[in-house]
Design a protein around this ligand. Structure first.
Ligand code: MRU
Length: 365
């Protein structure tokens, strides 16, 4: 992904600066491009918890580098185990975090402590490279869906995609999952337009997805979260594509709160509802997503307050809920597999079912 012509990944290592780790402070976007320096595992954990860095694949990658930073301080087995444990508790829903930390522990555990620093950086870099290639392939496998819709349209008519939250390059190491086919379609000359759900309470759609699409030149329109059903009833949505934080063995999909309602509206209106995921998002150990996936509960303030830029350029947070009214903030929901038209993965597309996933991932089944 490029920002104003400069290529970036969402996480990288600064070797000249003591092998520190760099990320964008996503709580500042789209108002400021602030690059943060992570010097130890506590700073990595804070960045994940506070959502300075976020998105299922990206928190896995940052956590992996958190382990590498920790090994610089103390490469003992006890410290490795405790840092993996500590980072694993930063956010509960996205399984990519656990996947990346398990991979780090497996790579480092049976190794002499003296070798662990170099091996940890190498493994974290491999996780990042894997994510980049995976997301690029998700784009390739999702692109035909958009091309098929375009082929059915009158010449010059746009393909309307609706997406929820941010599943773009800011949520991964590069390219994104749900946005990857959209970027590829745009680059291939398809007339694609994206309805961007604002995604309350944290507004990842309005703040991040709209910004990313704008930087890539993809036509888009931000809509209030509740507009999706209306747009579908009026034929304004050809396809929904979302990302996910965890997909179960039977194809249930956890994603940002509000995704389930979009899937219900899509089903009622005959709009295809696709979910894009990398292999690291699959959790074959759980079957029933509603019963088994832990849903993160976040702070009330994310609901009761809003942050934005004033006309004179100041970033301000204001309260939007009556004083004294409590708020609840479940951050994710689960869309049952029966509402999912299909899954777009780096290995191809499949139905959201145990059979579909087993056929595509026999090694995981
Ligand atoms: O709470 P967030 O911003 O980390 O939630 C992100 C999402 O829900 C994304 O849709 C999901 O992680 C897919 S990212 C490719």
């Amino acid at each position: 992904m490029k920002i104003d012509g400069v290529p970036y990944r969402s996480v990288w290592v600064d070797r000249e600066d003591g092998w520190s780790v760099r990320i964008f402070d996503q709580t500042k976007l789209p108002w400021a491009i602030d690059i943060l320096r992570l010097a130890d595992e506590d700073q990595a954990a804070h960045a994940i918890r506070s959502m300075q860095t976020r998105g299922a694949p990206l928190i896995g990658a940052v956590a992996a580098y958190g382990v590498a930073l920790a090994m610089r301080r103390d490469a003992s087995t006890a410290h490795l185990d405790s840092v993996v444990d500590m980072l694993g508790k930063t956010r509960p829903t996205a399984i990519n975090l656990r996947w990346a930390l398990d991979r780090m522990r497996a790579a480092l555990h049976n190794m002499a402590p003296a070798d662990r620093v170099a091996a940890a950086y190498a493994e974290a870099a491999a996780i990042c490279d894997d994510d980049v290639e995976t997301c690029r392939k998700i784009g390739e496998h999702g692109l035909p869906l958009l091309q098929e819709i375009a082929a059915r349209k009158a010449p010059g008519e746009r393909v309307n995609v609706l997406t929820h939250c941010n599943a773009g390059w800011l949520a991964t190491v590069d390219y994104g999952t749900a946005l990857s086919p959209i970027f590829q379609a745009h680059d291939a000359g398809l007339k694609v337009h994206v309805w961007v759900d604002e995604t309350r309470p944290r507004n990842q759609g309005a703040a991040l997805t709209a910004w990313e699409l704008g930087k890539h030149g993809v036509p888009h329109t931000v809509v209030a979260d509740n507009a999706g059903g209306h747009l579908m009833q009026h034929g304004e949505v050809d396809i929904v594509i979302v990302g996910t934080d965890r997909v179960t063995r039977q194809g249930d999909v956890a994603n940002k709160i509000g995704t389930y309602l979009k899937a219900l509206a899509a089903r009622d209106n005959g709009v295809p509802f696709w979910v894009a995921l990398p292999h690291s998002t699959l959790d074959m150990r759980v079957r029933d997503g509603v019963a088994e996936i832990p849903i993160e509960e976040r702070a009330e303030a994310e609901v009761t307050e809003l942050t934005g830029r004033t006309a004179d350029g100041r970033i301000e947070t204001v309260r939007v809920v009556a004083e004294g009214s409590p708020a609840a903030n479940p951050a994710f929901d689960v869309t049952p597999a029966r509402l999912v038209t299909g899954l777009i993965t780096e290995r191809g597309r499949t139905e959201a079912s145990e059979a579909g996933l087993a056929a595509l991932y026999p090694d995981k089944a």
